[in-house]
Structure formats: structure tokens, C-alpha cells
Design a protein around this ligand. Structure first.
Ligand code: S3P
Length: 463
């Protein structure tokens, strides 16, 4: 791995870091919210590279900070969510240095080396930052407070505060610990044997991170396997971890050793171009270097079941994660039923899956996906409302939605609801619309996909 060291880069905050503002405020339609109009497209062709995986990038900072030695990360996602995690660890005394566009060096300070932050830690829009850090901070010897933007402060936190309480954590929040800001007084934790009612990697990871600070074995069971990046990376860093069918156990107080990590492209970002390639006639796209961890690639299974032609090329293993290039061709899609264990494996992709379903022939039904209601926004309500505005026949279900595919979208005006994945999904719908589609607030895509609009414009120009 080669690193460069431009002089302008310093320890502390990332280059180009700008303070975050609250998004989606309708009164202000200045450039902060970035209203955009997207025109229909034909024949998208070429090679696309998407930014690094968001979930893995968060974990690289967290485990790199807790390890002994210097961790080098390549392919780090410089999105707003990950920068929030970066800033939080910098505030706790960790030296994190940017070496290149997507390369970092983290000077680990060991399991007990974090320092009390002098101010509230702002997680921005990032649920992963807040929930995982709640677990991590619960076992420290200091006091800390976590907050976030208007969307994150509405999201449920009891799902981590509850089990952490069973471990002896002392955490307070609004609505009896359900909503941020969360105040955490570090405490001596004990191991737990927790059966989670939801398949959630954030819950599982929060408990495992807290489990690092206990003497003994912590076990988490979940109804279906959620993404296992924490387990894989903890394993790479040398933690004693035993996955079993239905759960995972971890022995506390490991010595974590610094690693060189190569982060693959984010399948959740690749998913937009998978769908674009499938629904825009005449398209053929190669999406290079994408993580295909089986706990994440449900979207490929769903789109293939709908009749999508997606080929995995050059499969390989990188820093403990499977990776491939994805070749996608325009296909005639058909409606399907989606539910069960597939849902957590595709949980972030349902907004764009609903776009593919609207183009498919026949009815697509999504069930068992009530978790979508507590994401960055209620993604069932948001997609039902916005797809309807584009002329799609779509019905909301308590735990999903039913979409009657009709081949195309009408043009019109839609809202991102300040949610990055809704904004990008609607942009994909716009490509297959009969007229221009205007999206009210597109600045939110910075959360997970900096450079998205440039990439999209480049593809469309190449028609
Ligand atoms: C994430 C887990 C998922 C996902 C989120 C990222 C993670 O949330 O929706 O975008 O990095 O652990 P849940 O664990 O709540 O399902």
C-alpha cells in the first residue's frame, strides 16, 4: 500500500471538513439543500466506482482507535456519517491522519486509552455512530454525551440502552432513554447473554463493543443474521470471537492489534447503479470493487429473482471481506414477494428496490420490513408518497409495501425527506421517467455518497 503525505494535511480533522447543517428544512431552498432536476436517460454504459463501504469505514475508525499500534485504512468513505465518527474519536484524543483521498492512519490508543471528550459528541445523521458508540462509551471510565441532527434525535435508542443497562451501563436520554441526546456515565460492565428481538447489526455491535470491556463471555442472538462486519473486523484485530448459528459470543478484555485494512466499495451505493443498469434500456455497466458480504448482498438476490442480469466477476477476499466486480445489463424485470431472512440482508436497499419494482411487470410485495419505518426517515411512508407522485400504484403495509409495476414513471416534483437513500433512489426513478423529475433537497447524499451527482452526470453524458 502506498501513502502520500500532502503538506496541507494535519492531525485532527479531515481535509475539506465543513460543519454540518440540519438538512431538509423546506423554508430554505438555497444551495444548501440543492434542489436538482434529473432528465430521463437511455443506454448507460461504462465502468463505475462507488465510494468505500460506510459500515466498514465506521468500524475501521472504532477498532483502529482501540487497537495497539497504527492502523492503515485504504478505501475509507469520506462521507458525512463517517466524518462524524472520525470527529468523535479525535475528540477523545485519538490521532487520525488523512494520507490520501481515501487513506487514513489511526494511532490506536489501546482498549483503555480514550480520553473524556470536553464537549458533546455530535453524531450528525449517523445511527451507526450513535448506537455503536453508546456501547463503546458505556464501559469507559469517563462521562460523555451523544447527540445528532433532527432526524437522528427522533430515532429509537432503547434497543441499545436496554441491553446495555443489563450489562450495568448508566445511560440517560429523553423519553426514558429512548431518544438522544444520550448521557453516558462510564461504568464497570458485566457480560450479558442477550436475545435481540430485531435483526440489527447496530444492536449486536453495540453489545459486542461493550462486551470488550467485560471479564467473561458476552453472547448476542438475533432472529436473522444481520451484517457481520463487526465480527469479521474484530476477528482481524485479534478478538476472541465465536459466531454460531443464530448468534455470536465474544470474550472480553482482548488485546486488539493494529491492522492494514482495504475497504471495498459499498454495495448500498452500488445498488443505485445496479438498478439504473437494469431499468434504463440499452444499459450495460461494470461496477468495480464492490463488497459482496453475504449478509449485505440481499439486493443482488432480490434483483436476480426479479429477472435482473447481474454477473459477479473477479471474486476475491480483501481484509476478511468478499469483494467482486458487478456486471449489470438492462433486463425485463418481474414482480416478486420479498420477506424473511432476505430483509436484513437488503435493509438499506428497499428504497431503490421499490424503484425497480415500479418498473417490473406485475406486483412486488415487501413484508417483514417494519424496521424501514425507523431508518433515517420512515422509508415506507417516504417511498409510498414519492412513488405515488410519479404515478406509481403503490400501497403502504404495516411492515412493507405493495407495488404494482407499470414500466415507467411520470415526471414531476418529489421530496427526498432529507434522506440520502431516498434522494438517490428517486434519481434512479428519474432516469426511467417520461419527463424531468425535480428533487427538493439533494444535499443529503453527502451522508454516504460524496460525488454521487458528478458520477451520475458523467454516466448520463456518456450516452
Ligand atoms: C448498519 C446497520 C443497519 C443499516 C445501517 C448501517 C451498520 O442498521 O441500516 O445503515 O453499519 O451496522 P440496523 O442495524 O439498525 O438494521
Amino acid at each position: 500500500m502506498r501513502f502520500c503525505e500532502p503538506e496541507s494535511l494535519r492531525w485532527g480533522f479531515p481535509v475539506g471538513f465543513k460543519p454540518k447543517y440540519e438538512r431538509g428544512i423546506r423554508i430554505d431552498m438555497s444551495d444548501k439543500t440543492q434542489m436538482r432536476t434529473i432528465k430521463p436517460a437511455t443506454g448507460l454504459r461504462g465502468e463505475v466506482r462507488v465510494p468505500g463501504d460506510k459500515s466498514i469505514s465506521h468500524r475501521s475508525i472504532m477498532l483502529g482507535s482501540l487497537a495497539e499500534g497504527t492502523t492503515r485504512v485504504s478505501g475509507f468513505l469520506m462521507g458525512e456519517d463517517n466524518l462524524a465518527t472520525w470527529r468523535a474519536f479525535a475528540s477523545m484524543g485519538v490521532n487520525i491522519r488523512q494520507l490520501g483521498e481515501t487513506e487514513l492512519e489511526i494511532e490506536g490508543c489501546g482498549l483503555d486509552g480514550l480520553r473524556e471528550p470536553g464537549d458533546v459528541l455530535d453524531c450528525g445523521n449517523s445511527g451507526t455512530t450513535m448506537r455503536l458508540m453508546t456501547g463503546l462509551l458505556a464501559g469507559q471510565s469517563f462521562f460523555s454525551v451523544l447527540t445528532g441532527d433532527q432526524y437522528l434525535r427522533r430515532r429509537p435508542m432503547k434497543r441499545v440502552v436496554g441491553p446495555l443497562g443489563e450489562m450495568g451501563a448508566r445511560i440517560w436520554g429523553r423519553d426514558g432513554g429512548e431518544r438522544a441526546p444520550l448521557a453516558i456515565q462510564g461504568a464497570r460492565l458485566r457480560p450479558v447473554n442477550y436475545v435481540s428481538p430485531v435483526a440489527s447489526a447496530q444492536v449486536k455491535s453495540a453489545i459486542l463493543l461493550a462486551g470488550l470491556y467485560t471479564e467473561g463471555e458476552t453472547t448476542v442472538r438475533e432472529p436473522h443474521l444481520s451484517r457481520d462486519h463487526s465480527e469479521r473486523m474484530l476477528g482481524c484485530f485479534g478478538a476472541d470471537l465465536r459466531p454460531f448459528s443464530g448468534g455470536v459470543s465474544l470474550t472480553g478484555r482482548p488485546r486488539l492489534k493494529a491492522q492494514d485494512l482495504l475497504i471495498p466499495g459499498d454495495i448500498s451505493s452500488a445498488a443505485f447503479f445496479l438498478v439504473a443498469g437494469l431499468i434504463v434500456p440499452g444499459s450495460e455497466l461494470l461496477i468495480a470493487n464492490v463488497g459482496i458480504n453475504p449478509t449485505r448482498c440481499g439486493v443482488i438476490d432480490v434483483l436476480r429473482a426479479m429477472g435482473g442480469q447481474i454477473e459477479l466477476v473477479n471474486e476475491r477476499l480483501q481484509s476478511g471481506e468478499p469483494v467482486a466486480d458487478l456486471l449489470v445489463k438492462h433486463s425485463n424485470l418481474k414482480g416478486i414477494e420479498i420477506g424473511g431472512e432476505l430483509v436484513p440482508r437488503a435493509i438499506d436497499e428497499f428504497p431503490v428496490i421499490s424503484v425497480a419494482a415500479a418498473v417490473a411487470e406485475g406486483v412486488t410485495t415487501v413484508r417483514d420490513a417494519a424496521e424501514l419505518r425507523v431508518k433515517e426517515t420512515d422509508r415506507i411512508a417516504a417511498m409510498v408518497s414519492e412513488l405515488s407522485r410519479l404515478g406509481v400504484e403503490v400501497e403502504s403495509l404495516p411492515d412493507g409495501m405493495r407495488i404494482n409495476g407499470r414500466g415507467e414513471f411520470a415526471g414531476g416534483e418529489v421530496s427526498s425527506h432529507g434522506d440520502h437513500r431516498i434522494a438517490m433512489s428517486l434519481a434512479m426513478a428519474a432516469l426511467a421517467a417520461t419527463g424531468p423529475v425535480t428533487i427538493d433537497d439533494t444535499s443529503c447524499t453527502e451522508t454516504s455518497f460524496p460525488g454521487f451527482w458528478r458520477l451520475l452526470a458523467g454516466l448520463c453524458q456518456g450516452e
